[in-house]
Design a protein around this ligand. Structure first.
Ligand SMILES: Cc1cc2nc3c(=O)[nH]c(=O)nc-3n(C[C@H](O)[C@H](O)[C@H](O)COP(=O)(O)O)c2cc1C
Ligand code: SF4
Length: 429
């Protein structure tokens, strides 16, 4: 099955730091068009395109711009979320390292729409090796008159700055990111007020994921009708999928939204290696549910996956073969959340630690059925009472694993036996 390269079109073909290469490939034509449009026209174009956020929640992009537009303020900001903290995910890295000018172009178009003259890219600390190249790319865009003062003689100014994260997963949450950019401890803020009203430095702000922003220039270049022919009615466009785990051909792939998960694993990625068999898939990142092998015949698009109890999230697909133990996978997953909880609120700070301890107890063959009940009830409290999305979604993987792989939990409890753990030893969190 052939990939459809809209976002990856230039990756590997142009020098990423070269604004000239990007321009020769049709770059900044979209910005030129947007510079001659009114704010309403730009927002209407994004509305007509049906573009939805690729950072996790699938929020309609145009609505964020509308919020920021309807708040009067001389200073506004555009923030690009390049924190990419989901374990195993590297789709944004591919765009940042292969075609950064497309992200800058998307940010400038958003800036033009909302009247912002400053943008920030907040990049994951581990991507520090990209920093110099990105500075060069920004400098080259300014030299070509495509960023900076009086862009393309239009009178519109837009400058982009780069900020590095320090490795905290929670700083991918938008309000924690604002705190971090402002030089404070990266902890989420209470909402409302929402970023469109009170965002970075207390000013109206639009924050989008790297991949979302990379969609904007192709939409303006090729038109919304063209964009709507790709993907599904509710989730137009392509999607980058990071496929990891026990699969022959791991990697980042671009396909129209709606590609079938089973086809992605078997036809595109070559299936499960070493004669083993599929046991589970975790779709949507660390906070996505574990589904079993009978649940994978589904189209990967935002609403369908959500309606079937899943989560497309950032589009990461973790493939797990039958040489793994699902209870151990859950322990490992909960260890991550326990470590990454920022500690600001009690349900998540205490809950993630307690969930990990309970799952570990079961994995070690010392659990009881009461521990399963305790996990469920604690999960409910965390869902209802956690301050931000981290604590609210940390329970999804363990709850889905108990639902979809109940016999595996029973086996650890009733018989203190797991063929995988006994054969290969338990994973250490
Ligand atoms: C704990 C946590 C971590 C997050 N990490 C990321 C991240 O690494 N990258 C990202 O784009 N969004 C992340 N998000 C979602 C952002 O808060 C935000 O919704 C998203 O960047 C919005 O962009 P979009 O509308 O373009 O999808 C995270 C959310 C939470 C709660
Ligand atoms: S839910 Fe967790 S990560 Fe979010 S504020 Fe509370 S302690 Fe911090």
């Amino acid at each position: 099955m052939e990939q459809m390269k809209v976002l990856l079109k230039n990756v590997g073909k142009i020098r990423p730091e070269s604004a000239k290469d990007y321009i020769n490939a049709g770059g900044f034509e979209a910005l030129r068009k947007a510079l001659s449009m009114s704010s309403d026209e730009i927002i209407q174009t994004l509305k007509d395109s049906g573009l939805r956020g690729r950072g996790g929640a699938g929020f309609p992009t145009y609505r964020k711009l509308q919020f920021a537009c309807s708040t009067e303020n001389d200073t506004k900001y555009v923030v690009c979320n390049a924190d990419e903290g989901e374990p195993g995910t590297n789709k944004d890295r591919i765009l940042l390292s292969g075609d950064p000018c497309a992200i800058f172009e998307g940010m400038a178009i958003v800036g033009k729409a909302i009247g912002a003259h400053m943008g920030y890219i907040y990049m994951r600390g581990e991507y520090v090796y990209l920093r110099e190249m990105l500075y060069k790319a920004l400098e080259n865009c300014e030299k070509e008159g495509c960023l900076g003062k009086n862009i393309m003689g239009s009178g519109f100014d837009f400058v982009i700055k780069l900020r590095m994260g320090a490795g905290a997963y929670v700083c991918g949450e938008e309000t924690a990111m604002f705190e971090s950019i402002e030089g404070k401890r990266g902890e989420p803020r209470y909402r409302p007020p929402y970023p469109g009203v009170h965002g970075l430095f207390g000013k109206p702000t639009v924050l989008n994921n790297v991949e979302t922003l990379a969609n904007i220039a192709p939409i303006f270049r090729n038109g919304t009708e063209w964009y709507r022919t790709i993907g599904t009615e509710g989730s137009p466009g392509t999607k980058l999928f990071t496929v990891i785990g026990n699969v022959e051909k791991r990697g980042v792939y671009e396909f129209p939204m709606g590609i079938n998960l089973k086809e992605l694993i078997y036809d595109v990625c070559g299936g499960i290696p070493d004669g083993k068999h599929l046991m589970a898939v975790q779709a949507g990142g660390a906070s996505g549910p574990f589904i079993n092998k009978d649940q994978i015949d589904i189209p990967l698009e935002i609403d369908y996956v959500a309606a079937s109890g899943g989560r497309l999230g950032c589009g990461t697909i973790l493939v797990i073969d039958d040489s793994n133990c699902i209870v151990d996978m859950v322990c490992n997953n909960l260890y991550f959340f326990k470590e990454e909880s920022c500690g600001k609120c009690t349900p998540c700070r205490e809950g993630t630690t307690r969930l990990y301890q309970l799952a570990r107890k079961i994995s070690d063959g010392k659990g009881t059925m009461k521990d399963i009940d305790a996990i469920k009830s604690l999960g409910e409290t965390m869902n209802n009472a956690s301050f931000c999305g981290l604590g609210r979604s940390a329970t999804v993987p363990v709850e889905s694993a108990i639902r979809n792989f109940y016999p595996d939990f029973e086996r650890h409890i009733d018989k203190d036996f797991c063929p995988v753990c006994d054969r290969e030893g338990r994973m250490q969190g």
